[in-house]
Design a protein around this ligand. Structure first.
Ligand code: SF4
Length: 266
């Protein structure tokens, strides 16, 4: 499907929950967040119907995000249901990796193609500070298990403050190289001020070539991460929500004082 700037939109990112088991300092306030009530979290059925409609309209790339998608109950079943939809060529999931060691095998069997894992530092103490209490060893165990069960495309998402020459980024890049992982450097973004840069090693943030829409965890189609417009699949119907999102997708991102990374899915 084409947006009003003739960009080919073939990628749908789906935030399956706004909940997370970490509290990363650049994503969540220390006190946590007023979570969306269970009844307002998008159901698996509505996700599947939306994906099927999206595929009919030309989407062939799906990514599951959060919050932390692995905290959503039944996530493996959802992966299986999506993987069975014909026409999806690229099916990924982005995780903080802390639960991955327990899920990797089942996700692989369910049909997931690839995994992105958030890892900003290899310093256990610093990791604990950045995530407000996370255990780095669990992420490393998750990476080992994901490789063991046969995920051959594992990407590391490393958030950087200024540049990929920062000591933590250099250490993560070396770790990735040594372990045959790909690394992408994501400049720390700010929705409220509209600060973002293109992802190093990826295509996120390249507005000219933007190919994505987002489905939020409360059932809105979001045209752009850095814009405040979004369209409910419930009040508009799925097809009309896509039409409105395409028509209102901005030429480039500006700012978003309404949304949060944890309920849009980054
Ligand atoms: S800021 Fe918006 S238009 Fe630009 S790449 Fe991100 S989602 Fe696409």
């Amino acid at each position: 499907m084409l947006d009003s700037y003739k960009r080919d939109i073939n990628y749908l990112r789906i935030s399956v929950t706004d909940r997370c088991n970490l509290r990363c300092i650049y994503c969540m306030p220390p006190e946590g967040i007023p979570s969306i009530s269970h009844s307002d979290i998008i159901s698996f059925e509505d996700i599947i119907t939306t994906v099927k409609q999206a595929v009919k309209r030309g989407v062939n790339k799906i990514r599951l995000t959060g919050g932390e998608p692995l905290v959503r109950k039944g996530i493996v079943d959802l992966v299986k249901m999506i993987a069975e939809i014909p026409g999806i060529e690229d099916f990924g999931l982005t995780t903080n990796g802390t639960l991955l060691a327990n899920f990797a095998s089942d996700l692989k069997k369910a049909g997931l193609h690839r995994i992105n894992i958030s890892l900003d530092t290899l310093d256990a103490e610093k990791y604990k500070q950045i995530t407000r209490g996370g255990d780095l060893s669990k992420v490393l165990d998750g990476i080992i298990e994901a490789k063991k069960v046969g995920f051959d495309t594992i990407k590391i998402n490393c958030v950087i403050l200024e540049s990929s020459t920062e000591p933590d980024a250099v250490a993560v890049a070396y770790f990735a190289q040594k372990n045959n992982l790909q690394v992408r450097f994501i400049h720390k973004m700010n929705l409220e001020t509209g600060y973002f840069k293109q992802v190093e090693g990826g295509d996120g943030g390249n507005c000219k070539k933007c190919n994505r829409l987002r489905l939020t965890s409360n059932g809105n189609i979001q045209p752009c991460l850095f814009s405040e417009s979004s369209f409910s699949i419930y009040t508009n119907g799925i097809d009309q929500a896509f039409n409105l999102a395409l028509a209102n997708k901005p030429k480039m991102g500006s700012l978003n004082k309404k949304g949060q990374f944890y309920n849009i899915g980054g």
